[in-house]
Structures are given as structure tokens and as C-alpha cells.
Design a protein around this ligand. Structure first.
Ligand code: GDP
Length: 298
């Protein structure tokens, strides 16, 4: 996997191809700031965040001549400053099992992310159980089983169309009986009928709380970074449906819309627990704000 997102970066697009990066000096004037704003907005950072980033970087420097390298590093500094507070790996509790509810729209990368996480936790010596809670989509259940095999982790399934809450109950029982460290519960991601989905998620939570009043310990929202600004409305929607505690951003490999992470951090402040950078089992990384800022602005 390549680094964390967005090529060509802001500076690359500012200069155009082939222009030497260090020799060019430009005056930080309104024209320049406007160009930078446009580039940040084009990366899906959103207007408000882009304006604040450029305003902060220009503070005390307006009218000065800066090399493009200096411009880049100032921008990167601003971006990293916004991202640092949200870069937090999934917190692990001594609680057994730690229950992680995984939510997100279909296609966002829920299944893949659960498989990758299961593999990482297993490699770290944790005992993991997965519950295939999207009982309506047969394909989703099959995919999760494939990922479970890859990760060497058992996947609990139920008959198609059966109640996800009853599967969640069984999964809690099995995870407790087996002394599992971690139980990851996949959920349905059809937003077509939000009232249904809300009730379904609420019921899962009610049921697992009968087994452990503190569960779920994490509610992970999986977001597809290539959807750009749409990710913002998905957070709003899922915050109404569930008690979202953190994010996983998928498909950061090869998207030029990585700026949406900055908009998300700025607006919601939810921790980014991991990023997906490919389709393979090892393509899940901790979010590194510095590397991300460099890639976005490079
Ligand atoms: P779900 O419907 O939310 O469970 O989504 P899936 O896990 O099935 O993923 C949907 C598609 O996105 C699949 O083709 C995955 O291979 C792909 N995908 C998931 N995560 C990533 C990622 O980080 N990078 C890339 N390039 N593709 C991904």
C-alpha cells in the first residue's frame, strides 16, 4: 500500500506537473490564498474548514514571499493540527468480551474492515468472535465467512432473514462461554428504511446489554472515503441511529478526496481508529496524522 491518501496532493496541483518544487517563490496574497482554498475544497475538505486552514496558515505571513515547500509545510502543519486529536487506535478494555458493533451503509467496507480487524487482533493474541448480523443479505454473510476463514476467526451466522438481535444474543453467549476477548457484530446497512434499521440496531443493543450493561463498548462507523462530502451526512445519519464512538475510513488508497477526513475531524471530532488502504487482509493501518497531512498537501 502507498501512504495515506490523495495524490496528487495540494502542492502538486498548485504547481502543475514538472515544475521544480523548491525554487518557486510566491507571494502569499489574496490570489494565492484563493488558489489554495480551491485546492483544499477540491480535496473535499469542505468550504468552512478550507477557509480556516488557509486563514490560519496566512496569519502573520500575508504579503510575504514563500517557497512552495514552505507553503506546503505550513498547510501540512494546519492539517496535522486538526487531525492529531482524532488519531486514536481502537481502545482495548480488559473487559471480556469487548463488544464492538460495526455500522455503516452497504458497500462502505464493513465486511472487509471486520475481517482485517479480526486478523490484527488475532495476530496480537486476542481471541475474536464475529457475528454476521446482516442476516438479510446472504452475500454479506458469505463474504464475512470468507474473511473469518482468512483471519482464522469463527463467524456466527443465523438463517437468512432471522432476527439479528437473537444472533447477537447467541454470539454474546458463545463469546462469554469461550472467554473471547473481542466480539465484533456486523449490522445491516440499508438506509432505505431508516426507522426499521434504527429499531434493529436498538434491539441488538438492548439484547446485548442484558448480558453486559456496558456493551457495546465501541460502535464503529465504517465510511468510504471515496464518497467525499457524503461521508459527512452518513455520520449525521448514523449518529441518530446508533451511539457512534469512532470511525474507520476505508478506500483511502487512491482517492483524491482524502480532505473529507479533515472536514470530519473538524465537524465531529470522532476518533479515527483505522484507515483502509486496500482490499487485502493487511491493508488496514493506524491513522497517522503527520503522514496524512504530508500526503494531502504534497
Ligand atoms: P460492506 O458492504 O460494507 O460490507 O462492504 P465490503 O466490505 O463488502 O466492501 C465493499 C467493496 O469495497 C469490496 O469490493 C472491498 O474489496 C472494497 N474495499 C473495502 N475496503 C477497501 C479499502 O480500504 N480499499 C479498497 N481499495 N477497497 C476496499
Amino acid at each position: 500500500p502507498m501512504g495515506q491518501t490523495a495524490r496528487p496532493g495540494i502542492l502538486g496541483r498548485l504547481l502543475g506537473r514538472g515544475e521544480p518544487k523548491t525554487v518557486v517563490r510566491r507571494t502569499l496574497d489574496d490570489d494565492m490564498l484563493e488558489q489554495l482554498e480551491e485546492l483544499l475544497i477540491a480535496s473535499d475538505m469542505g468550504v468552512d474548514t478550507a477557509l480556516r486552514v488557509t486563514a490560519n496558515m496566512a496569519e502573520g505571513r500575508f504579503g510575504k514571499k514563500l517557497s512552495t515547500e514552505e507553503i506546503k509545510s505550513l498547510l501540512a502543519q494546519e492539517v496535522a493540527r486538526i487531525m492529531e486529536p482524532v488519531a486514536r487506535p481502537l481502545p482495548l478494555y480488559p473487559k471480556k468480551p469487548q463488544v464492538v458493533l460495526v455500522v455503516g451503509v452497504n458497500g462502505s467496507g464493513k465486511t472487509t474492515t471486520i475481517g482485517k480487524l479480526a486478523s490484527q487482533f488475532r495476530a496480537a493474541g486476542k481471541k475474536v468472535v464475529i457475528a454476521a448480523g446482516d442476516t438479510f443479505r446472504a452475500a454479506a454473510v458469505e463474504q464475512l465467512q470468507v474473511w473469518g476463514e482468512r483471519a482464522g476467526v469463527p463467524v456466527l451466522t443465523a438463517a437468512q432473514g432471522s432476527d439479528p438481535a437473537s444472533l447477537a444474543w447467541d454470539a454474546m453467549e458463545q463469546a462469554q462461554r469461550d472467554g473471547a476477548d473481542l466480539l465484533m457484530i456486523d449490522t445491516a446497512g440499508r438506509l432505505q428504511n431508516r426507522a426499521d434499521l434504527m429499531e434493529e440496531l436498538a434491539k441488538i443493543v438492548r439484547v446485548i446489554r442484558k448480558k453486559d450493561p456496558d456493551a457495546p463498548h465501541n460502535t464503529l462507523l465504517v465510511l468510504d472515503a471515496t464518497t467525499g462530502q457524503n461521508a459527512l451526512s452518513q455520520v449525521e445519519t448514523f449518529q441518530k441511529l446508533a451511539d457512534v464512538s469512532g470511525l474507520v475510513m476505508t478506500k483511502l488508497d487512491g482517492t483524491a478526496k482524502g480532505g473529507v477526513l479533515v472536514a470530519l475531524a473538524d465537524r465531529f471530532g470522532l476518533p479515527i481508529h483505522a484507515i483502509g488502504v486496500g482490499e487485502q487482509i493487511d491493508d488496514l493501518q493506524a491513522f497517522d496524522p503527520e503522514e496524512f497531512a504530508q500526503a494531502l498537501t504534497g
